[in-house]
Design a binder for this molecule. Sequence first.
Ligand code: 5GP
Ligand code: ZN
Length: 115
Amino acid sequence: MADCIFCRIGSGELDTAVVKRAPGLLAFRDMQPVAPTHVLVIPVEHLSAVRDAKGEAGVALLGRLLAFAAEVASDLGLDAGGYRIVSNTGRDGGQSVDHLHLHVLGGRRMTWPPG
Ligand code: 5GP
Ligand code: ZN
């Protein structure tokens, strides 16, 4: 989608701090980090949110995306301390970019419930 910021990052049109790539997937630093480590993990293909990943291909993509997020967390040294993987969805979820993404947050103690 031409007007989607994460599509433009995923295609390489916009420069960003890339952390890791896998076929069809990209991890990059959030531009407004809310934790010492804050990485976004996206499929290059545009999907609006987890709920739009349907059918066999959608389920496979979600599995690869989640496993990739865990790999990124491990690469960044978060396994020992732990971390949080979050996908904000829609208005009440606090989603501000309508391109499926997982936040990988770590490096500090998270609180629960979230705000
Ligand atoms: P959401 O609010 O949709 O869950 O998360 C969107 C995230 O994308 C926010 O944490 C925001 O800081 C980040 N973000 C928005 N635009 C850009 C951008 O152009 N580059 C990077 N690296 N992060 C972005
Ligand atoms: Zn997009």
